[in-house]
Design a protein around this ligand. Structure first.
Ligand SMILES: [Zn+2]
Length: 183
């Protein structure tokens, strides 16, 4: 019989617990607890590589969408059937589930590849925060006013965070303000 890696077996066991799938909030929480409870596997560098550290630190109640594009019934089923899952895929998979719960899409498509763009907060090394539109497929980013997003020092951004609806509205308001004043 094929031996399932211990971390995958533990992950699979999450599907047996009803309360993990009671709400989007409880699912998010269950994923965070799973990561936290398996520190041997989810070492700090692995968590930061996949942005899990950021997603765990988030006050996620504020960010979880009312109706995200993720069905808890099918996620539960997928977790249940994960005996062939490679443990190395786990961080990426959890990252993608958690992002599905918090990502706010815009109605714009990427000019490079045509896929959907989402609102995210880009954090630069100097801690400057900018809300930008990021392609969920190729990662192309632009400012909310449509101009190309460039970091101050031309470096890669340090982190990408989800944003709330309020933060988006505020950011949109801010770019409209000088325009209004000109009138
Ligand atoms: Zn793209």
């Amino acid at each position: 019989m094929k031996r399932i890696p211990r971390i995958v077996a533990r992950y699979k066991a999450l599907a047996e617990v009803d309360e993990n799938f009671e709400s989007y909030f409880s699912f998010y929480l269950a994923m965070c607890k799973f990561i936290d409870g398996n520190k041997q596997f989810f070492k700090d560098n692995l968590k930061s590589k996949w942005g899990l550290d950021i997603l765990m630190k988030l006050d996620f109640q504020k960010y979880i969408l009312e109706s995200p594009d993720l069905s808890l019934v099918s996620v539960r089923q997928r977790i249940k059937e994960s005996e062939n899952l490679k443990s190395a895929s786990l961080p990426m998979l959890i990252n993608s589930y958690l992002w599905d719960l918090v990502r706010i899409y815009s109605d714009e498509d990427c000019t490079r590849c045509g896929n959907s763009m989402a609102y995210v907060k880009a954090i630069e090394k100097n801690k400057k925060e900018t809300i930008v539109l990021e392609c969920t497929f190729c990662g192309a980013a632009k400012n909310l006013d449509g101009t190309t997003f460039k970091t101050v020092d031309g470096d890669f951004v340090e982190a990408i965070l989800p944003v709330t609806q309020d933060e988006i509205l505020l950011a949109l308001d801010q770019i409209n303000l000088p325009y209004k004043e000109e009138k």
